[in-house]
Design a protein around this ligand. Structure first.
Ligand SMILES: C[S@@+](CC[C@H](N)C(=O)[O-])C[C@H]1O[C@@H](n2cnc3c(N)ncnc32)[C@H](O)[C@@H]1O
Length: 210
């Protein structure tokens, strides 16, 4: 099964897959940034894109699932956001590369049971971060307590993420590389603490992308 088939099936067989709430670690980072252009990689049903757009960001939100993007677009319309504030792009990030640069590029839980060239995707995404812009990668640091098969969960620590990104230290400052715990609500309404790996890097002002 391809990534496209897997994710389209995942979204089209459930009325909603995610909570509709912004990823807390993204909100913590973005709230301190001046709004500009943002690129959301693997945006899913668009909660992060909506949150950013509401705060004045011009967002490009990319996902491989058309159903997920339709949900995002509908949620943006319902929220009264101007349609041009978020560009919804249906694309496989393994092949897609934008022409423009972004002040914030985020990849929140860009993790897939069907293999994707994640490191390649993230490295190419880093190329389109504007001078002084931020790259933010958030991933699962541990399986959630409700995981039925925890051994099948794809987990990544800060060191693994930094290796995957392969950032040139002449061009980048790593400003955050840590595991953060947060309280959340599980699929059956249970309260639990989960662990996220959060890596944020800022491109030096003097280094042009690419
Ligand atoms: C675990 S979900 C995370 C969704 C969202 N970022 C969030 O935090 O709720 C991973 C997302 O990546 C998307 N995805 C997986 N592989 C992809 C690819 N090759 N190109 C574009 N999107 C992809 C999936 O469709 C899915 O929406």
């Amino acid at each position: 099964m391809s990534a496209s088939e897997f994710w389209e099936d995942r979204y089209s067989t459930a009325p909603a897959v995610w909570s509709g709430r912004v990823n807390e670690s993204l909100a913590r980072v973005a709230v301190a940034l001046a709004p500009g252009r943002a690129l959301d990689l693997g945006c899913g049903e668009g909660a992060d894109a909506l949150w950013l757009a509401r705060r004045g960001w011009q967002v490009t939100a990319v996902d491989i699932s058309v159903t997920a993007l339709e949900r995002g677009r509908a949620a943006a319309l319902k929220a009264g956001l101007p349609p041009e504030r978020i560009e919804w792009v249906a694309a496989d990030l393994a092949a897609w590369q934008p022409e423009e640069t972004f002040d914030l590029v985020s990849a929140c839980f860009l993790q897939s049971p069907v293999p994707i060239p994640r490191s390649q995707i993230l490295r190419r995404a880093a190329e389109v971060v504007a001078p002084s812009g931020s790259l933010l990668v958030i991933s699962h640091a541990a399986p959630p307590p409700w995981a039925k098969n925890p051994e099948n969960h794809d987990v990544l620590g800060p060191a693994e993420e930094l290796t995957a990104l392969g950032l040139d230290t002449h061009q980048w400052a790593v400003v955050q590389a840590e595991v953060r715990e947060r309280l959340t609500t599980g699929p059956d309404g249970q309260q639990a603490t989960v662990s996220d790996t959060v890596v944020r890097a800022r491109r030096h002002s003097a280094t042009p992308p690419r």
